[in-house]
Design a protein around this ligand. Sequence first.
Ligand code: FMN
Length: 389
Amino acid sequence: MKDITCIDDLRQLARRKVPRAFFEYADSGSYNEETLRANRADLEAIKLRQRVLVDVSSRSLATTVIGQKVSSPFVLAPIGLCGMQHGDGEILSARAANAAGIPFTLSTMSICSIEDVAEATRQPFWFQLYVIRDRSFSKDILGRAAAAKCNALVLTVDLQVLGQRHRDIKNGMTVPPEIRVKNIIDIATKPAWAWSVLNGKRKTFGNLAGHVKGMENVNSLGTWIQSQFDPALSWKDVEWIKSIWPGKLILKGILDVDDAKTAVKLGADAIVVSNHGGRQLDGAPSSISALPAIADAVGGETEVLFDGGIRTGADALRALALGARACLIGRAYIYGLGAGGQAGVAKAIDILEKELSVAMALTGTNRIADIGRHVLVGGTKKTAARKKG
Ligand SMILES: Cc1cc2nc3c(=O)[nH]c(=O)nc-3n(C[C@H](O)[C@H](O)[C@H](O)COP(=O)(O)O)c2cc1C
């Protein structure tokens, strides 16, 4: 991986190594991809304030997230079908996160199951829940997550109906992969991927197979989600989940100040300002444009996490400056996984950490807690309102 110097290099390599249907599943956004593009464009538009002759020799990226000590302000975001980017992708990603000292989040829609990841790793991980129509499934899976010692629950609240990704439909996204002539030809040119997936523990949704009917072979992911996910999901369900989950609760997919306030009222330990990586409501604002108002409204009462478009350490600095306590990364690590398995995920984390450290130095900052709006051009306040960790 010595020629890999940035996340985009990992993306290019993943594009060559991962079958097209799965690469594009990860890469794309919903509909016209306006929100996907806005996530990047709005981050890039925020300019950092270069400062000089500040002693930055004692820099540290260490901080805490929901009371957990972490080596840097990054969290691996929940990614459905992670194990289709590389065989055993969830286990490899969790191991890379463990080694880096940051949390890994396992998606409900993972290929490896909660139990597979718990067995193969030593550190506790976070579990992400999608609530489906059959509420007894949610109750059961939370019991499984608690038994596996998952130390936080990420409840995703922005996907009770599915935003369409055109490329998934055109590619016939199925799990396991649909055997079409063009898929076979494509897979034949990706032998390392085929070997890793064939030798992986599982080839379908590990958390659901055997627990939800009709899960063994998902002919159309989109259709299955439309039929199983519950459009009636409401704040009452959040109260119910809170009452049955014994640990920390994080609400993911908040983009509106009023929703953030309700989440705080219901006792969320943290929220993730997120538009699902531009994969749900196309036309929604970029995550970074929504962050400051939400951080101002609730940042003193709950931890505000952020995701959407993070591809460089400087992006993370921008989000931290606008009030995020930590950044979830999605595609940045998924490209690493597709490019090089565990080493690729480790590389992605390392790239982001080194870039963040340099960006901190050149804005005259030594500690994560000292990052505030003053590191941005035009920013004034000394530090963002952040809940004490
Ligand atoms: C391929 C892919 C699959 C995803 N699957 C899930 C999921 O299962 N659960 C979830 O809460 N979010 C999911 N997300 C959203 C991510 O957790 C995260 O919000 C998003 O990727 C952040 O944007 P970024 O990719 O630009 O970093 C997924 C995102 C991608 C790209």
